[in-house]
Design a protein around this ligand. Structure first.
Ligand SMILES: Cc1ncc(COP(=O)(O)O)c(C=O)c1O
Length: 383
């Protein structure tokens, strides 16, 4: 029997294992979510307003931040932050090429220029040394992306920015609940952290949403104005902004789900530990590279690397198991970002794009399902 047939046989009689199924996370909160919906319907304040303010306060407290400003998405959180920083037009922001397009496109959309810094040979985040080497005369700062929920090395990055007089912004879209080496929430090391509440994120809304947070009250007040077209008074618009507002309904629903976050992160961490233990025997560069168990990791994704990635993805699919590739195209290859071509090749980002595969890890994943995933990965990579 071929390995693919073996994998199918192992699981043919079992139900599919989704990569992510929000219904399992939401089910225990259904009554409270309905109450929140009824409250918003009753009060009929649908955009910003008291629900958004209450959620912002709860969010800031949970992050250990002085303030959080709710916005319409993680993309708009990044865009409004870069707009609020008022850096000189064309200034360069160092950034990973291996992330979702919004990380880099928001830099360009704010009139700045992303400069891509390659990954190390192992791991998914450029090192502080690589950022230091890439710092040039037009560099105005760094966008650190806590990819897959793994905390980037923020202390060295913020030290670098301090020495060079640059800004550090943290894209925490995938890392809500992650902690840095000092035990703080990620996002608290630089000028601002940004979050996405897209449903598949660690704290997901029932639609789109995002936030900017931190201790820099002036910057956050600027983001607050920008989210309403630069509004500083009833009919007073002092800068160009956009419509980056968070809906009251999403804020109310997120307020119900926020207290569940610590349990959800703990479940993600348990699932990661179980994968790491079960798959350790397969860990070698020829077959399978497991993700680093960086302390404070919030495991939005459990992403392995293998030169046999496409075959493994096919076998998982044949066994009814969801998986995904984040990301098939590194950003320096993206046509939309053609303005941000790197001066040199970025071979490690290219190799990561060819080898990564994310396995189901969300808090609703059951132990028997995780065991099935392990079984198929073992079968697929056994020989
Ligand atoms: C790293 C990263 N940054 C930014 C975003 C943008 O967030 P949103 O989809 O809420 O706009 C995402 C969303 O996938 C992301 O993964």
């Amino acid at each position: 029997m071929s390995a693919a047939a073996a994998a199918t046989a192992v699981t043919a009689s079992s139900a599919p294992v989704p990569l992510f199924d929000p219904r399992r996370l939401l089910a225990p909160h259904e009554d409270a979510l309905r109450d929140a919906f009824a409250r918003v319907l009753r009060d009929a304040v649908f955009v910003l307003g008291p629900e958004v303010t209450a959620f912002e306060q709860a969010l800031a407290t949970s992050l250990g931040a002085r303030r959080a400003v709710g916005v319409s998405s993680g993309s708009d959180a990044l865009l409004s932050t870069f707009m609020a920083l008022r850096l000189p037009a064309g200034a360069e922001i160092l950034c990973t090429p291996f992330t979702f397009i919004a990380s880099a496109s928001s830099i360009l959309r704010a009139g700045l220029r992303p400069v891509f810094v390659d990954l190390p040979t192992e791991g998914f985040l450029p090192s502080a040394e690589a950022f230091a080497d890439a710092w040039g005369s037009r560099t105005a700062g760094i966008l650190a992306v806590h990819l897959y929920g793994e905390p980037a090395p923020c202390e060295p990055l913020s030290a670098l920015c301090r020495i060079k007089g640059g800004v550090l912004v943290e894209d925490c879209a995938q890392a809500m609940g992650a902690r840095d080496a000092a035990g703080r929430s990620v996002g608290m090391c630089g000028r601002a952290g940004t979050l996405s509440f897209f449903p598949a994120k660690n704290l997901g809304a029932l639609g789109d949403g995002g936030a900017v947070f931190g201790d820099d009250l002036e910057l956050l007040a600027a983001v607050e104005r920008l989210r309403q077209h630069g509004r500083a008074g009833r009919d007073v618009f002092t800068t160009l902004g956009g419509n980056f507002r968070l809906d009251a309904l999403q804020a109310a629903l997120l307020g119900v789900l926020l207290p569940a976050l610590p349990d959800w992160i703990a479940a993600r961490q348990r699932n990661a530990a179980a994968y790491l233990e079960a798959l350790r025997p397969l860990h070698d560069a020829e077959r399978l590279t497991l993700p680093a168990a960086t302390p404070g990791h919030a495991w939005n994704q459990f992403t392995v690397r293998t030169p046999r990635r496409d075959a493994l993805a096919q076998m998982l699919a044949a066994a009814g198991i969801g998986s995904a590739i984040y990301y098939t195209v590194p950003l320096h290859r993206s046509p939309a970002l053609a303005e941000a071509r790197p001066p040199a090749a970025l071979p490690n980002a290219e190799r990561a794009a060819a080898e990564v595969l994310s396995l189901p890890i969300y808090p609703g994943l059951r132990a028997d399902e995780l065991a099935r995933v392990v079984e198929v990965v073992q079968t697929a990579l056994a020989c």
